[in-house]
Design a protein around this ligand. Structure first.
Ligand code: F6R
Length: 616
């Protein structure tokens, strides 16, 4: 949450920072601001409430002949959404300018100490406390302010801080130099030609350079246009490892779509293909993964799997539970990462832990991974963001290769995760009892998946019409059984997130144990009714809803659902059960999208949300 960008180089910093912030807006959009050097050696700060476009309208970057600057897009934690609380923050003595992503947990203690020393404050934020603390530690040093003395003041201040931070800092007495530091919040260094950048993630840097250094916790980086140094907490210099980004900058563009969410929904044929490309072992009737870092023996010895994730990724874990138990017969449990972290889940010796995260930066998932590794478990990740902290810290994993997901509501990352989990179920199954023939059937299913996803997407115009009819209800139920129960949860989450309509997901048969009380002509249901052994039961659930005047949208791959039973019938292509949850998800994404558009919601930046949740 919150995005930071810093630039030092020969170009005008203003437009580079604004463009970078636009890429990071998914991390928060309560307010935005920049601080840039002016030709007259003065630092100018501009801050605006709301989205980056408001900020862009109020700065005239072309007038600013500034080669150095920092910027921030905020997801409010401490202090309301006001201009004064917006970043970058400035110390009381106008020496330190700082953009912060994270939470300073002991800011009240630090603030009291600074107040008692006569330091003044203008905002309610924890971040201003840090700016003042650094300035205070700088002022306590004798002599001229130099790069070294600023580094010393930053280090001394960070030693006092409890909490998390990704920081971009400028000092008014050291022009042409930026400082960055991280602990618990991501920070990347971009290494360009005669220019350097700092950012919360690579998307803000990609337009300028593809060479990056992923900073680690407790590192402090100092950068000028030509060089950078990284030091650790004991002040020793680190030899940097420069990585190359492999995606193009235009992958993060709208490409003619009205919203990123719609673009990403339509990218799913290639996202699922990227998930299985090179991973199907046709000869052996199984799938293969290069990065699990487990021997065949170790794989065979796994007697339990624990999946840990948050939000949509947690839903994909739940689908994974059904698939792995069905095809590999290994007991699986799925926990919210935030719960796992704070309870002492009993685990078998041979438990494999799987963390799932699109961003690879979700703090709860990261800390859950650290906790599991601390206890000695082998942790593998299903991660989209290759250079992310979770991906760099785990014992092995499977990258999604979905490309950047910008829309705050996750879509293609979810179906890609389902594809990978289904392939993992096949892989684990084939090390146990799953037959070669069954394995080959699943491989055929994966190969057919991109085409089937494309066919399902052709239903979009029909679904748009349904969405228009259903956009004005205040409540919704989503019902599904077995591996489609988590798909129902995901459908409800999508609707809540982007349309602000209250929605709940339930296992279909649970409806009569309580939620049926909600059913009336004012609360429609969306029922997932696959062509399997549960079809008759699902048809009964639909009857029960209809008997109570509830409207019903049925999504099915069966030809046996009488049109008269549903108010709206969406028929998707038939598919092997191992990929059916993926196809069932698509109409749910589309219906949420079109309802949100009909209601005039900000689809890509729904209220109160941020894509990468880096605070607890
Ligand atoms: C919902 C959504 C969130 C994320 C969750 C975990 O559309 O995007 O629920 O799934 O915040 O994020 P990652 O996968 O990045 O760990």
């Amino acid at each position: 949450m919150c995005g930071i960008v810093g630039y030092v180089g020969h170009d005008n910093a203003g437009p580079i920072l604004i463009n970078g912030l636009k890429r990071l807006e998914y991390r928060g959009y309560d307010s935005a601001g920049i601080a840039v050097w002016q030709t007259d050696d003065d630092i100018r700060v501009t801050r605006e409430i709301g989205k980056v476009k408001n900020l862009a309208a109020n700065v005239s970057p072309e007038e600013e002949d500034a080669g150095t600057g920092i910027s921030h897009t905020r997801w409010a934690t401490h202090g309301g959404v006001t201009e004064l609380n917006a970043h970058p923050h400035r110390s009381w003595d106008k020496q330190i300018y700082l953009a912060h992503n994270g939470v300073i947990e002991n800011y009240e203690t630090l603030k009291s100490m600074l107040l008692s020393e006569g330091v003044t404050f203008y905002s309610e934020t924890d971040s201003e406390v840090l700016a003042n603390l650094i300035a205070f530690n700088l002022a306590s040093q004798r002599g001229k302010v130099t790069t070294k003395s600023v580094q010393k003041a930053i280090r001394a201040s960070l030693n006092l801080v409890e909490g998390t931070y990704g920081l971009a800092i400028m000092c008014a007495s050291v022009p042409g130099t930026l400082f960055g530091a991280r602990k618990g919040s991501p920070l990347i260094l971009g290494v360009g030609k005669h220019e350097m950048m700092l950012a919360s993630d690579a998307s803000a840097i990609r337009a300028r350079t593809s060479e990056v250094v992923y900073l680690d916790d407790n590192q402090l980086v100092t950068l000028t246009d030509e060089r950078f140094t990284i030091t650790t907490s004991d002040d020793s210099e680190v030899k940097p490892e420069i990585s190359t980004l492999h995606w193009r900058d235009d992958e993060a563009d709208l490409a003619g779509y009205e919203h990123y969410m719609l673009k990403e929904i339509y990218e799913q044929p290639s996202a699922v293909e990227n998930a299985f490309r090179g991973r199907l072992d046709i000869e052996e009737g199984t799938s293969k993964f290069g990065g699990l870092n487990l021997t065949r023996q170790q794989i065979r010895q796994i007697d339990r799997i624990l999946i840990v994730a948050c939000g949509t990724a947690w839903h994909s874990g739940l689908v994974g539970e059904y698939l792995i138990e069905k095809y590999a017969r290994i007991p699986v449990e799925v926990e919210y990462a935030s719960e796992f972290r704070y309870r002492n889940t009993p685990m078998e010796k041979n438990t494999l832990v799987i963390v799932i995260s699109q961003s690879g930066e979700t703090i709860d998932t990261l800390e859950a991974q650290r906790e599991a590794r601390r206890k000695g478990y082998h942790v593998i990740g299903i991660i989209n963001n290759v250079g992310s902290t979770i991906a760099r810290e785990n014992d092995g994993g499977i990258f999604q290769h979905s490309g950047p997901e910008i829309g705050v509501a996750s879509t293609k990352a979810f179906t890609s995760q389902l594809t990978i989990l289904s392939m993992l179920a096949l892989y684990l199954g084939r090390t146990r009892d799953l037959s070669y023939t069954d394995g080959c059937e699943m491989l055929d299913a994966f190969k057919s998946l991109p085409g089937l996803v494309s066919q399902t997407l052709e239903l979009a115009p029909a679904i748009e019409k349904i969405a228009k009819k259903f956009a004005h209800y205040d409540d919704f139920l989503f019902l599904g059984r077995l591996e489609l129960f988590p798909v129902a949860l995901e459908g409800a989450l999508k609707l809540k997130e982007i349309s602000y309509i209250h929605a709940e997901g339930y296992p279909s048969a649970e409806m009569k144990h309580g939620p049926i009380a909600l059913i009336s002509e004012k609360c429609p249901s969306l029922v997932l009714a696959p062509d399997d052994e549960t079809l008759r039961k699902n048809l009964s659930s639909i009857q029960e809803v209809r008997a109570r005047k509830g409207k019903v949208i049925v999504v099915t791959d069966s030809n046996e659902v009488p049109a008269s039973l549903a108010d709206e019938l969406v028929i998707i292509p038939k598919a092997h059960p191992c990929i059916r949850p993926i196809l069932m998800t698509i109409p749910l994404q589309l219906i949420s999208y079109y309802i949100a558009v009909e209601l005039g919601r900000d689809v890509d930046k729904p209220r109160n949300l941020a894509k990468s949740v880096t605070v607890e």
